[in-house]
Design a protein around this ligand. Structure first.
Ligand code: NAD
Ligand code: ZN
Length: 253
C-alpha cells in the first residue's frame, strides 16, 4: 500500500515496527541529503556534475589519482561538517531499543556511526570516505595527513610505505565489493522479518538485490523514498515522503 498522507504512512510503519523482532534498515544517499550531502541521482545531484572515477582509471594513472584526491578534498565541506539527520537518529533509537541488530548502508559518510550505532554494526557496502587506506596492505591513513602531503608535494598523491596507492576507503565503480560486508548483509537480509529500504534508488547492483532477497523469504518490505523505485510494486508499504519527516516520529532521545 502507498498511503497518500504522512500521518497514515507513519501509523502503518509504527505497526510494522512494533510487530517486528529483527528490522534491517538498508540506507542510501537519500537519508543524508538533509545533512547537506547531495545524492547521486536526484536533480542537481552529484551525478549530474561529475561522473565518478572508475577504479581502473584510478589505478592506471597518477593524474587520475591526483584528480580523485582534488575532488575528495573539494567535497570535504560536505562530508567533514555533516551531522546525523532525523533518519539516522531514528534508526539509532531503534538500534538502542534492540529492534535493529545492524544497519546496512550504501553510504560512505560515516553518519550511522556518528548517530550512535556501533561501528561493528554498520555494514558498509561501498566503504567509507571519511578516511583512506592503502590498496595493498590496508594501512589506514587520515585525510588531513593525505592532504598535507598532497599539497606539500605539488599535488602529487602520497603513496604508502609499502609502495601501494592510497585511496579513500570507498568502493569505486569497477572495484570488488567487500566480501565480509556482503556476506554480513546477506545474512542479515536472510534473518530479518522487516526490511526497510531508505533513500536508495535501488538501481545499483548487487546492493539492490537485498530487498528482493528479504521479501522472497517472507520478510515484510517497506520503501521510504521520495521517488518511485522498481520495487514499489512488491513492497508492503511505500512511503513516498521526505525521509526525515517519515522517520522523525521514531526518534526516542
Ligand atoms: P541515489 O542517489 O541513487 O538515490 C537516492 C534516492 O534518495 C533518490 O531516489 C532520491 O529521490 C531519494 N531522496 C533523496 N533525498 C531524499 C529525502 N530527503 N527524502 C526522501 N527521499 C530522498 O543513492 P543510492 O542509491 O544510495 O546510490 C548512490 C551511491 O553513491 C551510493 O551507493 C553511495 O555509495 C554513493 N553516495 C553516497 C553518499 C553518502 O554517503 N551520503 C552520497 C552520494 C552518493
Ligand atoms: Zn601499504
Amino acid at each position: 500500500m502507498m498511503p497518500s498522507d504522512l500521518g497514515t504512512s507513519v501509523a502503518r510503519l509504527h505497526d510494522l515496527v512494533a510487530e517486528a523482532a529483527a528490522i534491517l534498515p538498508f540506507t542510501g544517499a537519500g537519508i543524508s541529503t538533509e545533512c547537506g550531502i547531495p545524492d547521486f541521482r536526484s536533480p542537481g545531484g552529484l551525478w549530474e556534475k561529475t561522473r565518478p572515477i572508475p577504479f581502473d582509471a584510478f589505478m592506471a594513472s597518477a593524474a587520475m589519482r591526483a584528480e580523485a584526491w582534488r575532488r575528495r578534498f573539494a567535497m570535504q565541506g560536505h562530508f567533514g561538517q555533516a551531522r546525523p539527520g532525523r533518519g539516522h537518529r531514528a534508526l539509532a533509537s531503534l538500534y538502542r531499543a534492540g529492534k535493529v541488530p545492524a544497519v546496512v548502508t550504501q553510504n560512505i559518510d560515516n553518519l550511522h556511526q556518528l548517530s550512535g550505532v556501533a561501528p561493528a554494526d554498520v555494514v558498509e557496502l561501498h566503504g567509507n570516505t571519511t578516511y583512506a587506506a592503502c590498496l595493498d596492505c590496508e594501512q589506514r591513513y587520515e585525510l588531513d595527513w593525505v592532504k598535507a602531503r598532497f599539497e606539500a608535494a605539488g599535488e602529487q598523491p602520497p603513496e604508502c610505505a609499502c609502495g601501494g596507492y592510497i585511496k579513500t576507503a570507498t568502493v569505486s565503480f569497477g572495484q570488488a565489493m567487500p566480501a565480509a560486508a556482503m556476506a554480513r548483509a546477506e545474512a542479515l537480509a536472510d534473518t530479518c522479518d522487516l526490511f526497510i529500504a531508505i533513500g536508495s534508488s535501488l538501481v545499483v547492483w548487487p546492493a539492490a538485490g537485498f530487498p528482493l532477497r528479504a521479501k522472497k523469504r517472507g520478510a515484510k518490505l517497506v520503501i521510504v523514498n521520495r521517488e518511485p523505485t522498481d520495487f514499489d510494486e512488491i513492497a508492503d508499504l511505500v512511503i513516498r515522503q521526505d525521509i526525515g519527516d517519515a522517520l522523525a516520529p521514531f526518534i526516542a532521545d
